[in-house]
Design a protein around this ligand. Structure first.
Ligand SMILES: [Zn+2]
Length: 248
């Protein structure tokens, strides 16, 4: 049965209560795989890294915490918490996500969507493709051809537009809806939206929604200073790399 993903319900869900459904030794017994009925731990996906943190057992004794080192979502929608610590099936547990790591990932991921919004505001006919929002590597890629002599000017325009979006701030909104209705809010609805988690959009502005199951800032001003570090275009793909001040 799919794990209930409580982090989808609001912008910042870092704690929660859950029940342990299974505990299995994995990786040659060096780690334990814990499955819960619900989780606030973000599993790696959509270019955003997984959460770490602790799962505290029924005893409430922090020395018995299960340390969550890695979180994965399987094709059936089950979240696997990989780590170490004493937990047993049936335990009622409390969850605590590492706040610092989550906020870094959230700001980097949201910055990618701000680049998308900047591209849209500039009227560039670029179609968003894959993205990566990791501290060591942050970029968004588009189906777009950009002649080399235009790169420098476009980079400056995208950066200015993106910073304008952040300076203006936002009141982002979360909405769940069938994929068939997303087109009314989102300019681009990918054909391959994951089916192993609930379909959700995040509205960055009233007319700019993104179909996305990652974690997002509630207000883009929380991202900080965004710098476009590089634009590279080849073979019909244009890759926009970026950095967020204080992170990368
Ligand atoms: Zn996203």
């Amino acid at each position: 049965m799919a794990t209930e993903l409580t982090y989808l319900n609001d912008f910042v869900v870092l704690t929660g209560a859950a029940r342990v459904l299974s505990v299995n030794a994995v990786d040659d017994d060096s780690r334990t795989d814990v499955v819960l009925d619900r989780t606030c731990f973000y599993p790696r996906g959509g270019g955003q890294d997984w959460d770490t943190g602790v799962i505290r057992g029924a005893s409430g004794d922090f020395t018995a915490d299960f340390t969550v080192e890695e979180v994965r979502l399987d094709p059936e929608g089950v979240v696997h918490h990989l780590g170490a610590g004493p937990l047993a099936v049936g335990d009622e547990v409390s969850l605590q996500v590492d706040v610092t790591r989550r906020m870094v990932n959230t700001r980097l991921h949201s910055a990618g969507h701000v680049v998308d919004l900047a591209v849209e505001r500039l009227g560039l006919p670029w179609v968003p493709g894959k993205g990566a929002h990791y501290p060591h590597m942050s970029f968004v890629e588009y189906d777009a051809v950009l002649p080399p002599e235009e790169v420098e000017a476009v980079l400056a325009q995208v950066q200015q537009a993106a910073r304008g979006v952040i300076d203006a701030g936002s009141s982002n909104e979360i909405r769940f809806m069938p994929v068939s209705e997303m087109g009314a809010y989102c300019r681009n609805v990918p054909a391959n939206i994951p089916t192993n988690k609930p379909a959700r959009i995040v509205l960055y502005t009233a007319d700019f929604g993104v179909p996305c199951g990652g974690t997002h800032v509630a207000d883009v001003s929380g991202i900080g200073t965004l710098t476009i570090t590089k634009i590279k275009s080849k073979k019909g793909l244009t890759k926009v790399s970026y950095a967020v001040d204080g992170i990368n």
